[in-house]
Design a protein around this ligand. Structure first.
Ligand code: PMV
Length: 332
């Protein structure tokens, strides 16, 4: 376990990476506390980041959230304020806070913006409140805001195990960022905000008759994927991550009501990926809760994958990221 982060307060800023899951989290054993029903495995994305500044201010009458220079209201703001309540309760603090976030990538389009946001918020919020928390405690705190955010707190490649209780459900690093120069090229086909977010989606997972089969086989995929990742064996890992993503989307599509995140462009890229591989380019896909396709390859092939993805008319842009470190406190 890492050393405790030094306290700052009443204002602190943290920067955090998004992450892409190779083995997906979809469905909770406890929806309120976001205790995952299956283990997940991910890589932090160095180049897709969110910075959050939290300032506890006695002069404020209510919490405020400004995202990318725009005041936020509604569900997004409520989720952040509820998260601040966890921090306040733990620190014995009553002051309201202002939260300012900046992201360098489109939010709400299956590029895990909530992972980067809630991990940054947890680390900045705890520091601003004067709390001295371990990395595990910060990961568990981030998890309460968004399950996948637990995996952005530690360094590099991270796992988050299933079930657990509120205090012991947190992510840990299985290998540092420099373990393996993997690249994620996100083929963006839409950057519109999705209709049903992942919080709602997790709540529907158990309505799919396929979820029982998914959960029964998840540990096996997780163990094989983790072993291949530690061996830096993409030829073994690739088919597992593709299967795991498609199985998750099968749950989404067979939930009641169903969730169809794929568009025709998503399927076009899935087919193109198989063709690129047949042509000798070692690249595999995974897809989060959105239509965009994450293309995973070793860094040496990133330029070729980038070019191949951009050649598809439905691809609007390609975001590229290497492996990132964990959430850091930074100077504002
Ligand atoms: O952390 P949430 O509630 O946004 O859920 C994330 C779900 C997926 O991105 C689809 C999968 C994952 O493990 O990141």
């Amino acid at each position: 376990m890492s050393a405790k982060l030094s306290t700052t307060g009443p204002k602190a800023t943290a920067s955090s990476c998004s992450n892409i899951a190779f083995i997906k989290y979809w469905g909770n054993a406890d929806q309120q506390l976001r205790l995952a029903a299956s283990p997940s495995l991910s890589m932090n994305l160095a180049d897709l980041t969110i910075t959050a500044t939290v300032h506890f201010d006695p002069a404020l009458e209510q919490d405020e959230l400004i995202m990318n220079d725009v005041p936020a209201e509604g569900n997004a703001a409520e989720r952040v304020f509820t998260h601040l309540d966890w921090v306040r309760r733990r620190a014995g603090l009553a002051d309201r806070a202002s939260v300012i976030t900046h992201s360098n990538f489109p939010t709400g389009a299956g590029i895990a913006s909530s992972a980067a946001a809630f991990s940054a918020l947890a680390v900045a919020g705890a520091a601003a409140a004067g709390l001295s928390l371990s990395q595990a405690e910060l990961s568990a705190l981030a998890r309460r805001g968004s399950g996948s955010a637990s995996r952005s707190v530690p360094d590099g490649f991270c796992q988050w195990l299933a079930n657990g209780s509120d205090d012991d459900s947190y992510a840990t690093s299985i290998a540092p960022a420099d373990h393996w120069a993997l690249c994620d090229l996100v083929a963006v086909v839409s950057s519109e905000h999705k209709q049903v977010g992942s919080t709602g989606g997790h709540g529907l997972a158990d309505t799919s008759v396929l979820q029982t089969a998914r959960l029964a086989s998840a540990q096996d995929r997780f163990a094989h994927c983790k072993a291949a990742l530690l061996d830096k064996d993409l030829a073994t890992m690739g088919p597992i991550i593709e299967a795991d993503a498609v199985i998750m989307h099968a749950i989404m599509m067979t939930s009641r009501p169903p969730l169809y995140y794929w568009t025709p462009a998503t399927l076009e890229i899935i087919h193109a990926t198989a063709q690129w591989r047949a042509d000798g380019l070692p690249v595999y896909f995974t897809i989060d809760a959105g239509p965009n396709v994450h293309l995973i390859c070793e860094a040496g092939y990133a330029d070729q994958v980038d070019e191949a993805a951009r050649s598809l008319p439905s691809v609007k842009e390609v975001l590229r990221s290497g492996v990132g470190s964990g959430t850091q406190l930074v100077e504002a």
